[in-house]
Design a protein around this ligand. Structure first.
Ligand SMILES: CC(C)(COP(=O)(O)OP(=O)(O)OC[C@H]1O[C@@H](n2cnc3c(N)ncnc32)[C@H](O)[C@@H]1OP(=O)(O)O)[C@@H](O)C(=O)NCCC(=O)NCCS
Length: 418
């Protein structure tokens, strides 16, 4: 791998000004081969933090872009850590494979260190790109489909309360606050700034792929408190002989308890004039399969990586999450892209919290910072990464101890596009 330059010869790397922002977004869209409409530019501006943009300029023209947001990530515990959400990563076709991205990534991580954030996260358009920069794949998105004629539940959901439809005026008033409560309990979930929600409710027609606008349904407890929601579209379709063959497409479903989630799935399965229920991004341990009377009818249609996590301040990141069991481990962490991060860290976790500090003690496990990022939210076991040749056990029994410390009961999950 090429050594990481802090600057790129001949190029200037810096945040853009307000006036340069349209050119920044335009360059990103060219690199992604996408059309940029004025309303899209406006929506992106409402989310973007201008001082966290980075553009690579070649003789005054923007040829590479990267951006970051100051958001929050829920980690096991559950606990909240500040996280930089990395976005708009793109290099023009004229400047590819010349180290522009590498220079942007290096500078961006320096800025994150200066801001005191311990963790950066991103979703990857191509999964080959980010391991070299220290990112590990930390959450999974599972797509599934169920044929509604075979979708009977083994037993009816028993959450009590009621499900009500929200119209376009009510949804923005009720869903963001509810999400903000529920995301704090879900490791892997992200905070969502107001601009993000504005774009979500804008729901432009050209992003619906022929399906309906989003519908929003809220679950309320018997006491009248909102405790879950689902958003979905319906893609209408009819066979030549007039049979409804559409698809109820769930965008996201959140509930404060398994019973509320079950009630919302039951609601979704009841949407008429469709033949299937599908979802593009459910937790990998989604229990709906186990709720069906005929579980084989739950067809997994895709499993893909979603959130990639990068630890840039290992002690702050590891002491910021909770651990199911007490334990002590010394980790030997290699970070070839940001060598200041390389070193041995002692993690001491107990019921009252965790401490992590640099140490000279003999290591129990050795791994790259990318693999530590993969472990961070509990989405993969140390043992699995060791079997893949990615983690080395330096003390017998340390892998099992690592599994007990890092693994979580529920899979981490993120449903936020950013
Ligand atoms: C992906 C992209 C940003 C890479 O930019 P770049 O400036 O060409 O990247 P670099 O020259 O710094 O490459 C760094 C390394 O990654 C590798 N790499 C970069 N993009 C790659 C790709 N798409 N496939 C395989 N390898 C890739 C390079 O070969 C290089 O490897 P090396 O260090 O072993 O030599 C650019 O190709 C692009 O804009 N693609 C379209 C948009 C996109 O996919 N963005 C990523 C969004 S998540």
């Amino acid at each position: 791998m090429r050594a990481a330059p802090d600057s790129h010869s001949g190029l200037e790397i810096r945040p853009v000004t307000e006036d340069e922002f349209p050119a920044f977004v335009a360059a990103e869209h060219v690199a992604f081969s996408e059309e940029l409409k004025p309303e899209r530019l406006e929506a992106i501006r409402a989310i973007a933090e201008i001082d966290r943009t980075l553009a690579a300029f070649d003789r005054g023209r923007i040829v590479g872009t990267a951006g970051a947001g100051s958001w929050e990530l829920t980690v096991p515990g559950p606990a909240i850590v500040p996280a930089a959400t990395i976005t708009a990563v793109a290099v023009l076709p004229t400047h590819r494979r010349q180290g522009v991205l590498t220079a942007l990534m290096a500078r961006q991580l320096d800025d994150v260190v200066d801001r005191g954030e311990a963790v950066t996260v991103l979703t990857a358009s191509e999964s080959i790109i980010y391991g070299r920069f220290g990112y590990g794949l930390a959450t999974w998105a599972m797509g599934f489909a169920i044929d509604r004629p075979h979708a009977g539940l083994a037993r009816p959901a028993e959450a009590g309360g009621r499900v009500l439809m929200l119209d376009g005026d009510e949804a923005p008033k009720r869903i963001p606050d509810l999400y903000d409560d529920l995301r704090r309990r879900q490791p892997g979930a992200l905070s969502r700034p107001p601009g993000w929600w504005a774009d979500y409710f804008r729901d432009p027609e050209d992003e619906r792929e022929g399906a309906s606008p989003r519908f929003y349904a809220l679950h309320e407890s018997d006491a009248g408190e909102a405790d879950g929601f689902v958003s979905y579209r319906v893609k209408k379709n009819w066979t030549d002989d007039g049979v409804a063959a559409g698809d109820t497409q769930v965008y996201e479903l959140y509930g404060s308890s398994p019973a509320v989630r079950a009630a919302l799935w039951q609601f979704c399965l009841g949407v008429d004039l469709t033949a299937t229920l599908s979802c593009w991004n459910a937790p990998i341990d989604e229990p709906l399969r186990w709720m069906l009377a005929d579980p084989r009818r739950f067809r997994v249609t895709a499993v893909s990586d979603w959130l990639w996590v990068r630890l840039i301040d290992v002690p702050a990141a590891l002491s910021g999450r909770g651990y199911a069991a007490p334990g002590r481990l010394v980790l030997d962490v290699a970070d070839s892209f940001k060598p200041h991060n390389t070193g041995r860290y002692e993690l001491d976790a107990g019921p009252d919290g965790a401490e992590c500090r640099r140490t000279d003690a003999e290591p129990d496990l050795a791994m790259s910072v990318a693999d530590l990022g993969a472990l961070y939210l509990g989405g993969v076991r140390c043992t699995t990464l060791a079997r893949a040749g990615r983690i080395e056990e330096r003390r017998p029994g340390a892998l099992a101890a690592g599994d007990a410390l890092f693994t979580t009961a529920d899979a981490p999950w993120c449903s936020t596009e950013f």
